[in-house]
Design a protein around this ligand. Structure first.
Ligand code: CTP
Ligand code: CA
Length: 223
């Protein structure tokens, strides 16, 4: 421990971060998933750790790696597993950041054998998954809660509705309209939305966006 670490702005703060997609099994070899890379959440985890936070990263399947000596990495596959990992850590958490692209529905029944090709059409009945962030919003006490949103229409209004509905401190709106933002890119253009305030940021690398988000959190924690 060097004496500089005493001055880190997130020293002693416990961060819980979700990242990546979740996969919902259809049968032993197939799943419902999405194209999230997990990059944004991993960047936030690393940046928070460097600012002195104790970080737990609950990650869905990704190709990314992180320094597991410095960050507590919990790997999960399904939404239920992500929910359980988050729920077990939430009470002791100071800041929960939900950057995962969670599957909204899972197959109602998971086939125990590989589904054979048969008729020309096949229907799968789906049922809602746990909403990890909204569930923590209901349990919120001292914790700060941050969510993400990606919308294609009425962006700000929809994001602000999520902010309220999930009991968040702020929500990060990813802009889809600008090229170079969103899934599968190294850059993002975001707005940070509070109940009565919106801050627009330039197109930046995800590493820089992570810094902007952590600056907002530091302000919140010091307010
Ligand atoms: N989220 C979550 N668990 C879910 C769904 C979403 O924790 N089952 C979190 C995401 O990590 C994100 C925020 O909630 O931080 C908003 O996710 P989003 O998919 O935009 O919102 P939904 O509530 O799922 O609504 P919809 O997909 O219909 O827009
Ligand atoms: Ca969703």
């Amino acid at each position: 421990e060097d004496h500089f670490s005493e001055n880190l702005p997130l020293k002693g703060k416990k961060f819980l971060i979700t990242a990546g997609p979740t996969y919902e099994a259809i049968d032993p070899v197939r799943f419902i998933g999405n194209h999230s890379t997990g990059k944004m959440g991993y960047e936030i985890a690393e940046a928070a750790m460097k600012l002195g936070a104790e970080v737990t990263l609950v990650s869905g399947p990704t190709h990314l790696s992180i320094d597991e000596k410095k960050i507590d990495l919990i790997r999960v596959t399904s939404t239920r597993d992500m929910y359980e990992a988050v729920d077990s850590k939430f009470k002791e958490t100071d800041v929960f950041i939900a950057s995962a692209a969670v599957a909204d529905y899972r197959p109602k029944i998971v086939a125990s054998e590989k589904i054979k090709k048969a008729d020309d059409s096949l229907s799968l009945e789906l049922t809602k998954t746990e909403d990890v962030l909204a569930s923590m919003g209901k349990k919120k006490e001292h914790q700060k809660l941050i969510g993400f949103a990606l919308e294609t229409n009425n962006e700000v209004e929809n994001a602000r509705n999520k902010l309220k509905k999930k009991n968040l401190d702020f929500i990060v709106l990813n802009s889809l309209n600008d090229k170079g933002a969103g899934f599968k890119t190294d850059t993002n253009k975001v707005s940070i939305i509070y109940p009565n305030l919106k801050k627009d940021f330039e197109l930046k690398t995800k590493k820089e966006v992570a810094q902007d988000i952590l600056n907002e959190i530091i302000e919140l924690l010091n307010a």
